[in-house]
Ligand binder design. Structure first.
Ligand code: URA
Length: 210
């Protein structure tokens, strides 16, 4: 059975991630590496997609060739940092439909509140891959998955760059059916909810903001 948490330990992924973690890595390099790692993670997150065969003619003979089955995929980016992971995976799966979910944390209740949601139709008939670089507390990720399930999504995968144990636990408790694929499982969250050792604020590092 496929593990519900997969850490992609491939040397290329780990090498690129170490450069991303370095505080002196430039914004443009950070973005480029995130895009590259996204493609490598996409290879793993799509591993169990259902396949079918179609008959094609090679220059030599007919053959039953393996193809992805059925409806196209849906990719859902959690704004704004999710967009950095979206670019790479979309390059590999250009026909995928794309949705966006925006959530902010209510300063009083500390609960995630939706401010934007635009999703592809027929989510119940698609595999949905949610992308967000940082699985920190897991609160916004779990809320985003709640939203997708309400919209009908059934087969949901979660792809991130870094995960904290706290976030993985939160997601497993809230959504035990959602497989998580990450490039690393870090040590813990600090008092401000940052992943340690982490890489800082993924959105700021990606877009050069503060
Ligand atoms: N979001 C980030 O961008 N970084 C963290 O470390 C945690 C949440």
């Amino acid at each position: 059975m496929t593990e519900m948490l997969t850490v992609v330990t491939h040397p290329l992924v780990q090498h690129k991630l170490s450069i991303m973690r370095d505080k002196d890595t430039s914004t443009s390099k950070f973005r480029q590496l995130l895009r590259e790692i996204s493609m490598l993670l996409a290879y793993e997150v799509t591993r169990d997609l259902p396949m079918t065969t179609v008959t094609i003619d090679t220059p030599l003979c007919p053959m039953d060739a393996p193809m992805l089955e059925g409806r196209k995929l849906a990719l859902v980016s959690i704004l704004r940092a999710g967009n950095g992971l979206l670019d790479g995976i979309l390059e590999l799966i250009p026909a995928a439909r794309v949705g966006f979910v925006g959530l902010y944390r209510d300063p009083e209740t500390l609960q995630p509140v939706e401010y934007y949601c635009k999703l592809p139709p027929d989510l119940d008939q698609r595999w949905t891959i949610v992308v967000d670089p940082m699985l920190a507390t897991g609160n916004s990720s779990a809320a985003a998955v709640d939203l997708l399930k309400k919209a009908g999504a059934k087969n949901i995968l979660f792809m991130c760059l870094l995960a904290a144990p706290e976030g993985v636990q939160r997601m497993h408790e809230a959504h035990p059916d959602v497989r998580i694929v990450t490039a690393a499982l870090d040590s813990h969250l600090n008092d401000h909810g940052y992943i340690v050792p982490g890489l800082g604020d993924a959105g700021d590092r990606m877009f050069g903001t503060k």
